[in-house]
Structures are given as C-alpha cells and as structure tokens.
Design a protein around this ligand. Sequence first.
Ligand SMILES: *Cc1c(COP(=O)(O)O)cnc(C)c1O
Length: 415
Amino acid sequence: MKKFVQNEFESAFAEWLGVTRAFAFWKGRVALYAVLKAMGISEGDEVAVPGYTCVANITPIHYLGAIPKYVDILPDTYNMNPRALEEAITSRTKAIIAQHTYGIPADLDEIIRISKKHGVPVLEDCCLALGTRLNGKRVGSFTAASYFSFQWSKTIRIGLGGMLAINDRSLVDKIEALRNQSMFSPGMLESTLLSAQMLAYGLLYRPSTAMFLEDFFRFLTNHGLVVGSYSLKEYDGSAPPHFLKGMNRVQGLIGRLRFREIDTVISHRRMLQTIYEEYLQKLNWPVLDDSVDSQTVLVRYPIRVKRKFQTLDDAYRDHIELGSWFDSPLHPRGTPLERYGYVNGTCPEAEQAAREVVNLPLHMRITPKHAETIVKWLVENAVPANSAISMAGQSHQLRTYKLSQEWMHEIEDQV
Ligand SMILES: *Cc1c(COP(=O)(O)O)cnc(C)c1O
C-alpha cells in the first residue's frame, strides 16, 4: 500500500540534484535516521562522523543503538580529515558521514577512496551545503545517499524540514517501504504552530533583531509555544515516539516555492561572500583558503577570532548579526558530550575551531550595506585568531550563551 506519494518538492529537488529520488521529512535529522534505518544500521554498529557537528546528527545514530566514532577535522576546511577517518575505521564501521561544513565541500575524493577500500558506504551531510559543487557536480550527488535541512538557519528556509536524496535503486525501495510502514504525518497542532512561527519570523526579522529573535524563539520553545528545532525527548537515549515523521503539506508547498528561487539565493550568497572577502582582505584579516572557490555556496561565512564569546556578547549588545556554530564538538554548548561518547581531547582541531569560529550571515535579508557594517564592526571590535595560540583559558560567558545553557539545563531536568 502506498501511503506517501512523491510530491512536487521532492521531484523538483531530485531532478535539480541529479539523483534517483528525493524524500521529504519533518527535519534533516529525520532524513538521516530514515536512511540509517533503511541501511540496516543497528545495535553496536559504528558510524564515523566529524567531531565538529550538531547533536542533531548524533541522536539518530544513538536511537538505532549504533555508536558514533568522532573524526577530527582539518583546520582550514572544517571538514573531516581523511587520514583521521582511515584510522577510525574498524570492522564494525557501517557508515561514514561526510559533512560539508559551512558549505565547504569535504574531501570526497579521499573519503570515497577510503570508503571503497574498506567497503563502508558514505552519506553526505549537505545540511549546510545546498548548491555547492565539487568538480562541477553538486554535493549530495556523489554517494548513494545524502541529506539536507531547511531549518530556519539554513540556505533555503522552511522553518523546519529535511530532504533525503538517494542515488541507489535498492535503497530507494527500502526507504519507500520504510515510509509506508512506519512514517507518521505531522499532527494538526504542530503543523499550525510551525506555520504561525514561520509567519512571525518573516514579519519580525530584521538583521538588527536577529540575535534577539533567536532568544525570543528559544524562550517560546522553552514554554512549549513553538515547534522547536530540538525537542526535549531527543536528549534521551531512545527515539521519541513519532520521530520518523514526514513533511506536512504546508512545508512541502513553501519548500517548493522557495526552492524555485535557488539560483537567486546562490548568487546572493556568492555576492555577499565576495564583499566580505574584499573588505576583510583590505583590512588585513584572513579569509577562507583556496578550496573555497566559485563553486562553493556557503551557509554562513566562518571566521576565527580571539575571545570569541566576548565578541559574540559585544555583537549581541550592538545588534550585529554574528552567528556561532559550532560552539562545541557537538553543538550546541551544554550538550552532555559524555552521553554521546565524545571524550574531550579526541578532536583537538574541532575543539579549537569551536573556541574560535564565529560566522557572518549570507541570507537574503542581508544587503551589501549590512555586510559592510558587519565587517567594519568586526574589525573594530574583534581580533583575528592565530590558531597556534591556545584559547583554553577562555572563560567568558555571554548573555545569549548563558541563556542557551540555561535552556539546556531545563532540558536536562525534564528528561
Ligand atoms: C542543521 C543540521 C543538521 C540537522 O538538520 P535539522 O533539519 O535541524 O534536523 C544536520 N547536520 C548539520 C551539519 C546541520 O547543520
């Protein structure tokens, strides 16, 4: 019995990416969960992931009883270090997650070579890399499966939403079977709340209110008033009921509409990136290395600073939209690392990046004028980091980050 038929967003997405089939889900992490499950990942299997990611990538692995194996990153691309990957592979490794961090493509040549050598499939995490190409080909189309997110901080925003792209016929059949057997439809209440939230965000957002809005939505989430990106149950060890959830009709329609503008979104992002780099270079600040070329579509522009948390605090005060992910090897800060098997010191480059990297916005509401204001502010208020200097002593806590920690504790209290 076919309960879920392909919608227009899915078919347009698959065609654009050049893959066999795309499947829409409630969130990106649900897409990951679906593909891991369809691949038969289970109790005791190991999944190699970069130790510089968000906890949303780890919970689906945990729900299946599998074990994340954290692989350190390269300091210049923020992506998985292939040498460290090869060292992390064991006979129990059943999948490799190649995350294209900030939109910068991972070293797929090497990662795929290693995957073939050890007979372990690669999943591309394209949640931050919609539109990036590598050797002319879009990321997400190199391997059997990849997944994308349309959460409100990503390249194309629906509010919440995810897409799984499959390039392997037998895996397509397995995902279809899984959806028809076990996928839930979002409830009326959460669908309505999500729509209201998207509307409110659209109405309230200004570059100068971005930081405030984040706090505000976090506050509402704490009080159960919006459909948050992280749900309380997710911090538990087992999949929350109804986790395997599809995309609702409104998400699908908005997704399809926003996706029509993908070319505009990409050129806007590239234009802002050029502006940031021109200003930064003029002011003797470092820019991304050559691997970030004209084929890269960034979700945010990463930059390393000294005293990161003080800088973020100051930006918040001055209404400058400065972002920060990842704040921890498993974002957000306050994630109980031991619960997810991350041992401090495992990925030193990732930990260093988490202490230093802030990011600049590239979304549609940022104009060249805003970009100029942000860079000017940055140059006056921050100091570029020399990664050789240890930032381990840094203890400053900023307001937003205190808030997010309180939020995490609240979550801890409830699970
Ligand atoms: C956002 C994100 C995800 C998860 O996406 P959701 O839609 O929030 O579930 C996974 N991986 C990375 C790298 C992300 O940035």
